[in-house]
Design a protein around this ligand. Structure first.
Ligand code: FAD
Length: 290
């Protein structure tokens, strides 16, 4: 049963930060409530004060700017999925959203809430890491930014300081000849990933050599992670199936998966091998098409 709490609905970021600062550990931010309410119902968190940021319009936007795309933290999954600019310039992000939960959950759940929940199996983080995203956070003293790969620290623990809110997700423009692909293996359709993988690959203009590659994994470690040793296997080389299989093997040695009700540690490592190879191949195909 959910314990009684006082509910605040600030209309501006400043108001929300002031409330957060005032009530400190006794307060919890809520946005779509798709993750927080489950924890509250289970009695795992029992905040005295709820700061509801869903109505802060200055945090709800998708802006296509010269230096890249900016997504406000309270933007819903469904808005991202349906956004024409995202479908055109970052289609992998829209594709990922179509596989996140049900339409009902996507209609109300937000990208910011998803990232701040810190679930290593969440769908957006690996895609954002592969796309080299930056996250912007704000507190009463000012703002700071960090690479998406540094945001989740451990299981359900993120790099927000007390009194801070995640405000924006920033995506740099996608370089020419770049393809990005994402998939997750899950047992129940639209459920969280058993393991997920995103690969972004940039090819040389004429030689087809892999100039740059980013491999990101979900549910393979306590936090979404980059498989940097696997990236090194591919970087500077002409990509072949053999090389992609090798990258998958190396990626699996970089992970720290757990055994749980969905899969054993060994099974997750096997999934990493398969998904890295598959998404590497798909990213290559897409890079050649751009
Ligand atoms: C049935 C179901 C299926 C699901 N399936 C999937 C799935 O397949 N893939 C997947 O990735 N997720 C899945 N989820 C999780 C859920 O969709 C996301 O975690 C959701 O996006 C959370 O967003 P929210 O706005 O509802 O966050 P909330 O529940 O409101 O908040 C989540 C956490 O983030 C904090 N928070 C929220 N916004 C901010 C902010 N801007 N700054 C600082 N802290 C903040 C809150 O304090 C809380 O700790 C599923 C959820 C349900 C209920």
């Amino acid at each position: 049963m959910i314990k009684d709490f006082e509910h605040f609905a600030p209309k501006t970021l400043k108001e929300a930060l002031t409330l957060l600062n005032k009530y400190g550990d006794d307060a919890k931010v809520i946005c779509g409530g798709q993750s927080l309410l489950i924890l509250m119902r289970q009695g795992l968190v029992a905040p005295k004060y709820i700061i509801d940021i869903k109505g802060i319009s200055e945090l709800n936007y998708i802006k296509d700017e010269k230096d890249g795309l900016k997504i406000g933290a309270t933007t819903t999954h469904r808005t991202i999925e349906k956004s024409p600019v995202i479908n055109k310039k970052y289609p992998v992000l829209a594709e990922m959203e179509t596989r996140l939960a049900s339409i009902q959950t996507r209609n109300w759940g937000t990208i910011g809430g998803n990232l701040c929940h810190g679930d290593p199996a969440g769908d957006p983080a690996p895609v954002l890491i592969a796309l080299n995203a930056t996250l912007k956070v704000a507190g009463l003293k000012g703002t700071r930014s960090m690479p998406a790969e540094d945001f989740t620290l451990d299981y359900f623990e993120v790099a927000l300081e007390p009194g801070e809110l995640l405000t924006e997700i920033q995506l740099p423009p996608v370089p020419a000849r770049t393809g990005t692909a994402y998939t997750k293996f899950n047992i129940i359709e639209s459920d969280l990933a058993t393991v997920s993988a995103a690969v972004s690959m940039t090819l040389g203009s004429s030689d087809g050599v892999c100039q740059n590659v980013r491999i990101a994994l979900g549910a393979a470690a306590p936090a979404p992670m980059r498989a940097k040793k696997a990236e090194a296997v591919l970087k500077g080389k002409k990509i072949t199936d053999v090389l992609l299989a090798q990258a998958g093997e190396v990626a699996s040695t970089e992970t720290e998966p757990i055994s749980d009700i969905q899969a054993s540690e060994e099974y997750r490592r096997e999934l990493v091998k398969v998904l890295v190879k598959r998404m590497g191949k798909e990213a290559l195909v897409r890079a050649k098409q751009t």
